[in-house]
Design a protein around this ligand. Structure first.
Ligand code: PLP
Length: 483
């Protein structure tokens, strides 16, 4: 379809077209998609956030003096995030900004740490291997060297002594996660922050995923250690409101212990004939829609609402983990600590199992092997899952039986072609040929993810990324029509 018809199309028709496009997406509601979406399943919440979003969609975050409503909402969100993650006492003096998401929050935490040290030729960042890939992105974008500390394959945690040993005179930031996304386990934040402080280095706690949930799980009696500014040595914390605060997409908060730590995050420039450009975050013109949507979500759900949602989430987590434990051949990689259930298996093949679950309407997230860690199936669990748990067990049993009965075969020519790929010469033609050989549909999307994952798993991680980037480039090629 063309986005620009010769003559404009009536509004109802446009909405019908949009609805038809959306029909092919994974279900954002219903509690059977265990990645990408965070669903509170609270009646009326979507309508509220849509109205709030619409009220502020044309408000511009470029200039808070022109739109004080946005400034007020952002300061409210920052204060709430500081209080939830760190408690009221430790939140005093904390400053922060609303960003577009976890990735931007991490980019800015790394930028602030880097630009606090303009003297260093090669600033360095120390992270555990389980830290979110957005740190690797920040390192690449900002030309900061990345030092990765491997995690213990049994506990899935980094050793604070190994983190300490990785710190050099060029290290500008040490980071850890509460919890880390792949396995949902909480790094030893207190110990890591202490070794960073001993070395005089900033310490960022990436609580993007679970930062909003952990304090509520603690109030429900779960053994959740402190992870915020109540710990000496923690200099910044990120928490995504579009995850467990259940806000619509496009809102995260980056907190700094004080304004002096935040200063190098800012950009100011008055050396051109136009308006002085003052930005705390990456974007300059920014819609007020996501901010208003998040503000409305927090006000409507309230502290008591989040406590109830955490209770539902935890009951879903324990229910799913119990279902996994009843199936022979499946093994939980970790006893669930937070909102992730993650398991591994060799028979059935985990990628085939994920496809079989998807065929039954349950959309999980396969994770490729990271030796010595095996391939796994990840479930991010939200409150909406609570109502679905009873049906997960039978579906899992069925899917396991079907996956064992119908293992996939990767065509040997395809496996050989992928093994021989040279990332330097990989282009759109080669990629299109591979996609056709792997049985991708006419829309360019794979029909069997198991074949794709099996092929990717045979490659070293850099080659996996090279192949996937070429695939994305192929997908992101519009159909050009003759004039
Ligand atoms: C989701 C996530 C991020 C990245 O957030 P986006 O909002 O997807 O940019 C960073 N860290 C952790 C731990 C996450 O779970």
């Amino acid at each position: 379809m063309t986005a620009l018809p010769d003559r404009g199309v009536p509004a109802e028709q446009v909405l019908a077209e949009l609805g038809a496009l959306r029909g092919r997406d994974l279900p954002t509601h219903g509690g059977r998609l265990f990645a990408y979406v965070y669903d509170a399943a609270v009646p009326g919440l979507d309508q509220l956030t849509a109205s709030a979003y619409a009220l502020a969609a044309h408000v511009n975050g470029l200039d808070p003096t022109a739109f004080p409503s946005l400034l007020a909402m952002e300061n409210d969100l920052v204060a709430a995030a500081a209080q939830v993650t760190s408690g009221a006492e430790a939140a005093a003096g904390v400053v922060g900004n609303v960003t577009s998401g976890g990735t931007e929050s991490l980019l800015l935490a790394v930028k602030a740490a880097r630009d606090a040290h303009p003297d260093l030729a090669t600033p360095r960042l120390v992270v555990p291997a389980s830290a979110h890939a957005a740190f690797a992105k920040a390192a690449q974008y900002l030309r900061v060297a990345l030092d990765v500390v491997e995690i213990d394959p049994a506990t899935l945690l980094p050793d604070p002594a190994a983190m300490a040993a990785a710190i050099t005179a060029d290290t500008v930031l040490v980071a850890c996660s509460a919890p880390a996304y792949p396995y949902g386990v909480i790094d030893p934040v207190a110990e890591i922050a202490a070794v960073a402080a001993d070395a005089g280095v900033r310490c960022h706690v990436d609580a993007c995923f679970g930062g909003w949930l952990l304090p509520y799980l603690r109030r429900l009696g779960r053994p959740i250690p402190p992870f915020g500014f109540e710990l000496p040595g923690v200099t910044s914390v990120s928490v995504d409101l579009h995850k467990y605060a259940y806000a619509p997409k496009g809102v995260s908060v980056l907190l700094h212990r004080d304004a002096s730590l935040r200063r190098p995050q800012y950009f100011g420039f008055a050396g051109w004939p136009g308006y002085p450009l003052l930005n705390a975050t990456v974007a300059s013109t920014r819609s007020g829609g996501p901010v208003a949507g998040a503000w409305a979500t927090l006000r409507h759900l309230g502290d008591d609402g989040y406590l109830r949602l955490a209770e539902r989430t935890w009951s879903a987590v324990t229910g799913l983990a119990a279902a996994v434990s009843t199936v022979d051949g499946l093994r939980l990689l970790a006893e669930p600590q937070t909102s992730v259930v993650v398991f591994t298996c060799t028979d059935p093949d985990p990628y085939v199992l994920a496809d079989q679950l998807a065929a039954r309407g349950w959309h999980t997230q396969p994770q490729l092997p990271y030796p010595p860690l095996p391939a796994s199936i990840h479930l991010s669990v939200t409150a909406a899952v609570a109502d679905q748990v009873a049906e997960f067990g039978p579906a899992l049993h069925d899917a396991v039986a079907a996956a064992r009965a119908a293992p996939i075969q990767v065509p040997p020519e395809l496996a050989a072609a992928v093994a021989d790929l040279d990332p330097a010469t990989l282009g759109p033609e080669t990629m299109a040929g591979l996609a056709a050989a792997a049985g991708f549909g006419p829309d360019g999307l794979p029909e069997s993810m198991a074949i794709v994952n099996t092929l990717l798993a045979t490659l070293p991680p850099e080659r996996r990324a090279a192949l996937l980037v070429e695939f994305l480039s192929l997908l992101q090629t519009p159909a050009h029509r003759p004039a």
